[in-house]
Design a protein around this ligand. Sequence first.
Ligand code: DHB
Length: 513
Amino acid sequence: AAVGGIALSAQASSGASSSDSLKFDPDGFSKLTTTITDTEGTEHEVTYHFWKAITYVADPVDATYQSLIVSAPVEIDGTTVDPTHAPILLANSIGGYMPASVADATEVGGGGSAAGGTPPSGAAPSGAAPSSSSSAASNANGNTNATGGATSSNQLLALAAGYVVIEPGARGRTLKNSDGEYYGTAPAAIVDLKAAVRYIRANKGLIPGDVERIVSAGTSAGGALSSLLGASGDSPIYDRYLKELGAADASDAIFAVGAWCPITDLEHADGAYEWNWGTNDLATGKQVDQSVSKDLKAQFAEYQAGLKLRGLNRFGPLTARNYDDYLVEQYLQPSATEYLAALSDSDRETYLAKNTFITWSGGRATFSWDDFLTHVGARKKDTPAFDAFDLSAGENNEFGAGTNETRHFTAYGAKNDSTGLGTKRVAADIPEKLNLMNPMFHLVEKVNDRRSKHWWIRLGTSDSDTSHVISANLAARLDNLGDDVNHLYYWDQGHGANTDPGDFITWIATVTG
Ligand code: DHB
């Protein structure tokens, strides 16, 4: 006891009051073995050390969500591997800005959004997702949402590649305490992810993996948060929130970002959505209110002009007038070209016969923006897509606060409120909350030098959960700042697709190597 007492006082005098509860136990693992099938169909037997849920803050609001799991490979196909200096894949399974928990996870791939968020359509690319014989398609929480599935592919392949996989839970928008207060709305999820990063970095030398080589990954809302985590590294605007939780005293900057269909830049997403999908009908065949759509489109034009972005590959200034050409030339035609080039001659002929809007010549696909829009067909969301007049969008809940489940977060949404709210303005705290939630704030309004400099961004061409502009603007801004950006669109894929997870794993080796 005397020795323990000395050790304790020595730690207390080092200044960090939370150091005891936030110390990673290197010996607290169980040893598991799983078979992981890679993207070529080859099976790998992977033995790994697994740490079940560890709370990553000293003063959790809800440890069910503010916990993480760690998986570190020690033997792959009979060969011993040392994960001590391996890159760390920080894979979140957040979907729909919902709560995500790893509290009951018993193996790698154990994350998942409570209640599943929005069920993505066309999300599971056939044959592309690797499988693990012990975790299969569903995760340890019994969730089978495709957002988790896409991320899970990354986790399994990363483990089989010898990387450390850390999966954080995070609070989400629907969480409510016994006083009826919402405690998982903005900025809870990003604050939690930052606290998880701080925990990892504070445990350098104890936790397996290279804490200077953390690569975040996430899909949809999880992709948005992954981008935000990368853009906002060490930003002081989160400090008071992190302090409240008793987050570890360490950097929250991360090395690289993987983001699939990031649903981000929320306060500009309504305008970008109408610019993109404004003339597409809903699945019911109904057209959205064209006067609302036009208002929002005009807002987008103004926003886009103010960004002063240049397109990739010397495209020049990106505006509402030329963004269609940009998307077609930079992303959509190359995406279709790659898809078609990979088909057998007869499959390609069949596809082209069904899709006569595509001209296939000299091994390249060309088509017009308008024909592309017709090809995608029904838009997923009514207008406005994100700040709904009746407060029915998930994002209205994300910007809820206190006992208010839902709130408006744009001037236009508030002005046109249809729920009978007395005020037609956004609440006073909304501007700050928007900054806390938007990677573009850290890249445009403030240029954060502590941001990640390596970015993997992916989006299905048929994904109408948000505008194609959102990812493209993020990529263009990062490119214009000089960062390393790898951004592709997956042809004919819907929301949540991840059809090249093996390439992502290889990319991690390249950028961290
Ligand atoms: C997700 C999907 C959406 O359409 C949205 O608005 C927010 C999040 C998701 O799948 O995470």
